[in-house]
Ligand binder design. Sequence first.
Ligand SMILES: NC(=O)c1ccc[n+]([C@@H]2O[C@H](COP(=O)([O-])OP(=O)(O)OC[C@H]3O[C@@H](n4cnc5c(N)ncnc54)[C@H](O)[C@@H]3O)[C@@H](O)[C@H]2O)c1
Length: 250
Amino acid sequence: MTDFDGLAAIVTGGASGIGRATAELLAARGARVAALDLNPDQVADPVVGIRCDVTDDASVRAAVAEAAERFGRLDIVINNAGIGAQGDVAANDDAQWAQVLDVNVIGMARVSRAALPHLRQSPAAAIVNTCSIAAWAGLPQRALYSASKGAVYGLTLAMAADHVREGIRVNAVAPGTVDTPWVGRLLDAAADPAAERAALQARQPSGRLVTADEVAHAVCYLASPLSGSTAGTVLAVDGGMYGLRLRPPS
Ligand SMILES: NC(=O)c1ccc[n+]([C@@H]2O[C@H](COP(=O)([O-])OP(=O)(O)OC[C@H]3O[C@@H](n4cnc5c(N)ncnc54)[C@H](O)[C@@H]3O)[C@@H](O)[C@H]2O)c1
């Protein structure tokens, strides 16, 4: 018997990186899991891949309905799909601002509102949003991305307040730099990938990047029925990046 036995979950962006690790861990801990992603073909058993574009309301509604019908219920929503952006506040045009906010923020609203009627039927309903250290700390050249994750932070608290009394817990994780395909693409694009990786590692007090599995464990902690009194929490999974101020190595 494991904590997610009998429960059903959807994970947006579940075909790669943090979402994939989370979907696989939820399944290993007993949940039936659907990964809602642009690339459902990259999802492997026992996780079910369902095509979904979180910027398209009809696509979201169809995917959530398909998962709920397939499992006969829906208890857990992991709002994880996200995209990045680089540059200062002047670097991105209006179309890029609209696109990133559409995926990273409005996408969470679309998925959550489609899932809420199902979650209200669940005895163990939970939503976990993927926020970021970028919501809390000023990172250079990440203006648009940070704005989107700051919005996720506020949205998480507002959703938690709205739904706690109907038994739906809402929380978020705030990862530091995680070693996922996304970060791999960023490193590949750098002039000196090894130096860029070393700089990202050095920025973390732990001296290394966070792993997708470590974020998945934090997400599962927040989503678990064993965490029934945890609501409105944004849990850092960042190697100490937010809270710690170490002296430089001597
Ligand atoms: N990697 C990091 O360092 C890091 C740090 C903090 C927060 N995050 C957040 O974690 C989440 C996942 O990041 P990752 O590093 O695992 O990225 P990733 O690129 O490895 O995976 C993202 C997944 O989201 C999917 N996706 C993108 N747009 C979508 C859309 N419109 N509809 C449905 N699916 C879509 C992609 O197909 C992909 O499978 C994102 O919200 C990101 O902002 C990542």
